[in-house]
Design a protein around this ligand. Sequence first.
Ligand code: SF4
Length: 357
Amino acid sequence: MGQPSTETVLSALRCGDFKKSYLTQALLFGGRAQVGLFALARQRRDVFFPERKVEARSVIEISNICRQKCHFCNMHVSAKLFRYGIDPEACAKTLSFLYSKKGRRVFLLQSGESPSPSYMESVSQCIRRFKKEANDAVIILCLGNLPDEHYRQLREAGADRYLLKFETSAPALYKRIKPGDSLSERIDRIHSLHALGFEVGSGNMTGLPGQSFRSMVEDLMFLGKLPLTMMSTSVFIPGEKSRYCRKPVGNVDVSLNFMALMRLMYPRVLIPSTSSMEKARKGTQYLGLLAGANSVTIHDGNPVKFKKNFPIYSTHRITPGEEYIKKIVKKAGLFFCCRPLAPAGTGTAPSGTGSPS
Ligand code: SF4
């Protein structure tokens, strides 16, 4: 028996029929089929987020110190880099500036993975200081896989959300790309973060060396088993100074299709359209908004002197500023919003079309 037609797959997805064979076929959509998939994703987003707002987050890359050795990343433990960590006072000052002068209310503090107690104390101090004067601000952390007691400390200091990607739900592939870490431990951490009261975000990477379409479909299903209010996908980009430097960049259209399927399956969550997509192919961050995303990151909080020392996915990253982000949000028929968007509930297991409840 041949493949079902594009119309059959789109109609099944519209009705909440997320059979694995349909998902696999949709990951490969291009041309008109992809346009149809994106339109479905936008319809679903508009039902659950009728105000059509896009949450704008200011990012501050607070440290590039990392103990991990991910094969795709330029910041792995042995990379020859000037290592830095910004001091809590400077970090709190930057947050205050963005809060009072730019009106930002959502902040993403990102770093490599470093579980040192002094580093945890610095981050906690920064959050405490800032939250004293800005208790309506939302702090999102992306600091890697840390012991639960550190998560507790950060939560008590006032952090609100935490991003911890699982990258792939296939344990063997995970071990290959992140040999210093284990998938099961990471999943445990996601549950710990949730239990501590964080809103948690996670997701995968598409186009990893050795990753199959079947595995990506498993990632889509796996997302529904986690307690998430934010989900993400990014395209594989081999860091120029990483072990995978000669591997090909992932297929951006597959990533965009993955994003649209995430929106269809888990309509209540926040989904970012990232600048790494833009790096993989110009114009893709805008397409992410057309594929159902509803958050963006603005690179306006990084100390200029450290910017080039955070080459996480590339030594020539794209770091969009406010003007560009506002332009693509408007072009997508959406509204730029500095305030936190409330997720329309936690991620639901894939079942039916669902209505906002
Ligand atoms: S991806 Fe993150 S955890 Fe892995 S080496 Fe890079 S900075 Fe460290």
